[in-house]
Design a protein around this ligand. Sequence first.
Ligand code: APR
Ligand code: ZN
Length: 247
Amino acid sequence: MTVRRAAELLATARQGLALTGAGVSAESGIPTFRGEGGLWTKYDPVKVSSIESFLADPAAYWRVSKERGSIALAARPNPGHEALAAMEAAGRLAAIVTQNTDGLHQDSGSTHVIELHGSGRMVQCLECGSREARADVQRRLDTEMPPHCRSCGSIFLKPTVVLFGEPMPAAALNEAFELARQTDVMLVVGSSLVVYPAAEVPLLAVQSGALMIVVNAEPTPFDRFAEVVIHGRSGEVLPEIGRLISG
Ligand code: APR
Ligand code: ZN
């Protein structure tokens, strides 16, 4: 019984670590990027979500971000997020490394969250550096497209997320890699595991001797390296694992 085996591994982990992707927020109503209905099945990511395309035409970026932002800002954690927060509270996970920028892990009570791709909750002006809550900018997108910086008027106001072609936050990446080297049980949830260096984290964990658990709606390229593979919805599978851990 793979769910039972996953619970056993996490219940006895010396220092568990989780890596999450868009799939863990799918049941909160936020579309994923790949797979059925994914954002990149509608838009070309390089055209709408690269730093080059943003600088060339901030309005094109904001038109897509306005649509996705209204969903993400209204989203609430689902039982999958809550189960991960409970595992951390019970000492079964040292941290959650996430590719998501929706802030739902923090909303569900997770405290040690490493955001590899930044946070969609803030925006920053690339010219004067001033920051503003993304929710405040969302409110003026109907009348201000692209939004202007409140301090200097620049149109280069960008959410504090990592766009294609931008460097990853070095401190976050280094911490994630360090935890990957230390972990003995690596739980990967809701990621297609095709984007690097984020996908490097579970690979490094396995190379360092960790046992990997993959929970995903469909097969991933890392299934063959995993001790346990569960193809299912994280909002159902993670609470079930959590119930078995707490016994
Ligand atoms: N439960 C578990 N897995 C799910 C669910 C669910 N309810 N719904 C979808 N999935 C799976 C999909 O099958 C898919 O394999 O989640 C995975 C999501 O993959 P992606 O959409 O590629 O998301 P992610 O792996 O996080 O993408 C990485 O790519 O575009 C960039 O910056 C973006 O952070 C993102 C990165
Ligand atoms: Zn400014």
